[in-house]
Design a protein. Structure first.
Length: 367
């Protein structure tokens, strides 16, 4: 064979073991009666530093190799995807198997019968897809990175979705949208979905959740308790806020700000709002520059020690039934005058306000 001419031939990849780690491999060259030669790997990109691209073909793949004019070495040019002579229309071969190109990307010709995707795929399914597919009824513009077990990072420019999606392939997903035309997907939104627990851990700094000039800041638990730990049915459906070392603060800075703590289910029973301290010298203080209103069907006050009441103005007590005062010791009453049935007492007239939240006993429903 004249080595003064460039030789180009089909070949089949053989053993890819390379002690030099330079990417060379064995191949059976057809023009040499399938004699096995060393083939040097050729990359579409390289740099003089650490940059470059390496994708050595798999054993058994048909490739194109060349031996340049005046050289005895062989170089890899690329893998071949020429159709078989008997191939029927579509991606199926006569024996029913799928053509290699279709195995790499079965949707490459989906949009208009012409290739509109660039695909890089490993033998186990991991890969990168750059899609510019479109026709009047179908648009699929995206860049997608995929693992062997279907974990994906998708940058989608299709108008219906228009989002960045990080998907675990097993029920966990993060979606960041721009301006999708599909009205069921909110615009410029972040959505995090998981089947398992979510944990946000700040090691050394501060965590802020801020609504700058939008709408509500809502924390909603929709759990029915069906997924509660076995034997612990009450450990589901709750909303818990806890500080291990310091205070829990709840503020409003609005001029007419209100803070509501309310059990809103009117058909519910045994509803309780409990404020409690467990320390031996703990205290509960209610303090305001205005007034304190307490209204209930029954009011009970119990102290294991003393009860002290003091009014800078009048102190009025009234009952519609019997008023009973009982002491284990003396009953002392002092005043400038003490009138008994003298017609001098005045009725108590508590002015109980009736503030209601903006949700009118319906709770937060805009989720």
């Amino acid at each position: 064979m004249d080595r003064n001419e460039q030789i180009i031939s089909l070949a089949e990849v053989g053993d890819r073991t390379d002690a030099t780690l330079n990417g060379s491999f064995k191949a059976k060259v057809y023009v040499l009666d399938q004699a096995e030669v060393d083939v040097n790997y050729v990359s579409p990109y390289a740099s003089n530093s650490n940059g470059g691209m390496v994708a050595i073909p798999e054993e058994g793949v048909e490739i194109l190799v060349c031996s340049p004019q005046g050289s005895t070495s062989w170089y890899y040019m690329g893998a071949t995807f020429a159709p078989e002579p008997e191939q029927v229309e579509g991606s199926r071969l006569p024996d029913g198997s799928v053509h290699p190109l279709a195995r790499i990307d079965p949707e490459n010709y989906k949009a208009r019968g012409v290739p509109m995707r660039i695909s890089l795929k490993s033998v186990n399914g991991a890969g990168l897809t750059l899609s510019e597919e479109y026709n009047p009824d179908y648009i699929n513009k995206k860049t997608e990175l995929k693992s062997t077990v279907n974990k994906t990072i998708s940058l989608i420019d299709s108008p219906g979705i228009d989002a960045i999606i990080l998907d675990s392939g097993n029920g966990a997903k993060i979606t960041l949208t721009d301006d999708p035309k599909n009205q069921s997907v909110p615009s410029r939104a972040l959505q995090i979905e998981t089947v398992g627990p979510q944990k946000y851990l700040n090691i050394e700094s501060q965590t802020d959740i801020v609504v700058k000039d939008g709408r509500e800041l809502q924390l909603i638990n929709l759990s029915t308790g069906a997924k509660a730990p076995e034997g612990k049915p009450n450990l589901a459906g709750n909303v818990n806020i806890q500080s291990e070392k310091k205070d829990v603060n709840l503020f409003t800075k609005a001029d007419e700000g209100r803070i509501f703590i309310e059990c809103i289910n009117e058909s519910g029973s045994n509803q309780v709002i409990e404020i409690q301290t467990n320390g031996s010298d703990g205290a509960i203080r209610i303090k305001t520059k205005g007034k304190v209103d307490i209204e209930a069907t029954d009011i009970g006050i119990n102290a294991t020690g003393n009860i002290n009441m003091k009014a800078a103005g009048d102190l009025k007590m009234e009952s519609g039934g019997v008023t009973s005062i009982k002491a284990g010791g003396n009953i002392n009453a002092d005043g400038s005058q003490i009138q008994l049935n003298g017609g001098m007492s005045t009725a108590a007239e508590p002015d109980i306000g009736n503030a209601e939240s903006y949700y009118e006993n319906e709770g937060v429903t805009t989720y």
